[in-house]
Design a protein around this ligand. Structure first.
Ligand code: ADP
Ligand code: ASP
Ligand code: MG
Length: 429
């Protein structure tokens, strides 16, 4: 008997019919002798609908006081889901009980709309499991020290599931979603994308942080920190396929690097539209200026991503960086009102219509010429690279947003990731 955590995303919970199918799948695992904890998301579109209502009532700029109320609203989607799933399980003849995050409790900090899990008390859940019940816990939700409801950021149910699996030392955490695993890139953008049988934890962490929303980045961080066996698989296969077959399907996140040594140099391509670029032109090229610019931005709690400083001419230089697109206007305002007067910069300009495209692979550590191949392939498509950032296992470029899909497809082909080319790990299998 194993302790297994299942997570079902919004599309998988998208209708009462699908919820009944989830219940049948979970019941199948429980009947196979496993203790089951299930973490569903809100029904698809529900979180957007709820946050849309909030915007209708209060269209003004967000204030810190508003964030608490947004969590109060957004968390209800998951409450409906756990109740419905628990009912559906009971209709399947199972004993089942549902909990909100605060009832477990899943304790978080107080950073409303992007709270971090601090601890999970599994006493109640263990007692229910011991009594033969399936336990259904809301994804996305937590509670802070003051008893306020919090949410974990968009896509946060992945993190709830992995954190619960970590706290309970579950044997495996299965993330059921609307694709049948982690692909070389988003299969909705590149139909030729190939499913990976395995992906290393480090690569998954980069893919998630660079924009692949198949797993929320914090869920991958948790899996790494607590070594949670993690698999991404489809909830759209027939519910009655055998547990043995299902347990081997999808994509396994691996922690052993050796297995991947023969893998392709580039394992996947990630992209993100959530970026915007700002440039401060004609700043004096002297010590302290970068810290003055970025210090002001950091003080306003704005996260900076790619940074470039150009060669100076006549003692002046241009300084560019990217921020989340939601922070674009705030960043421009702040640079114009605080930084420009303080540095004597000539101008502050920006472009919100950019995107970031990244190639990821642990094979990049031991191969040279990967970045230059990336740049060549983009230039062959006539795509201008505005910024570049690299680390040991990824290279990212900032380009005009209109070229995003073209760039992703070109790179997918250039690095031999298209499905027509047999993958090394498939050849071995
Ligand atoms: P859920 O509601 O189940 O949490 P999400 O929409 O959050 O599902 O994540 C699944 C989606 O992630 C897929 O439908 C797919 O479009 C997208 N995606 C992005 N990158 C990848 C990738 N590399 N592999 C698989 N899916 C990806
Ligand atoms: N329902 C939340 C969202 O839409 C959490 C999740 O689906 O993971 O972001
Ligand atoms: Mg998701």
């Amino acid at each position: 008997m194993a302790l297994i955590v299942h997570k079902y995303g919004g599309t998988s919970m998208g209708s009462t019919e699908r919820i009944r199918s989830v219940a049948k799948r979970v019941a199948k695992w429980a009947r196979a002798g496993h203790q089951m904890v299930v973490v569903p998301s809100a029904m698809s579109g529900e979180t957007n609908r709820l946050l849309g209502l909030a915007k209708e009532v209060s269209p003004a700029k967000q204030t810190p006081e508003m964030l608490r109320e947004l969590d109060m609203i957004a968390c209800t989607g998951e409450q409906v889901s756990v109740g419905l799933l628990s009912l559906a399980l009971q209709a399947e003849g199972m004993q089942a009980v549902s909990y909100n995050g605060w009832q477990v409790p899943v304790k978080t900090d107080s950073a409303y709309t992007k709270a971090r899990i601090e601890s999970i008390d599994d006493t109640k859940v263990r007692a229910d499991l011991a009594a033969g019940k399936v336990v259904v816990i809301t994804g996305f939700q937590g509670v802070d020290e003051g008893g306020n409801v919090t949410t974990l950021g968009r896509g946060g149910s992945d993190t709830s599931a992995v954190a619960i699996a970590a706290a309970m030392k579950a044997d495996e955490c299965l993330i059921f979603t609307d694709v049948d695993g982690v692909y070389t890139t988003d299969p909705r953008i590149v139909p030729e994308a190939r499913r990976l049988h395995t992906i290393s934890f480090e690569e998954m962490l980069e893919m998630a942080s660079l924009g692949s929303k198949v797993l929320q980045i914090r869920s991958v961080e948790f899996a790494g920190k607590y070594r949670v066996p993690l698999r991404v698989l489809s909830s759209f296969t027939p519910w009655d396929i055998s547990v043995e077959e299902e347990a081997k399907s999808g994509t396994l996140i691996t922690f052993e690097e050796d297995e991947k040594m023969e893998q392709a140099v580039v394992s996947g391509i990630a992209f993100s539209r959530d970026e915007a670029k700002v440039t401060v032109t004609g700043v004096p090229d002297k010590p302290g200026v970068a810290s003055l610019i970025l210090g002001a931005v950091a003080d306003a709690n704005i996260e900076v991503d790619v940074i470039i400083q150009n060669v100076s001419q006549n003692g002046k230089t241009d300084f560019s960086f990217t921020v989340n697109r939601n922070d674009y206007q705030r960043t421009l305002d702040l640079l114009r009102t605080q930084v420009q007067p303080a540095t004597g910069a000539s101008d502050v300009i920006g472009d919100p219509k950019i995107c970031k495209v990244s190639i990821v692979g642990i094979g990049m550590r031991s191969h040279v010429g990967v970045a230059s191949k990336m740049f060549r392939s983009l230039s062959e498509e006539g795509i201008n690279i505005q910024m570049i950032s690299t680390s040991e296992i990824k290279t990212s470029v900032v380009i005009a947003e209109k070229y995003m899909e073209l760039a992703v497809r070109a790179l997918h082909k250039a690095f031999d990731l298209d499905a027509s080319i047999p993958a090394i790990d498939e050849a071995k299998a």
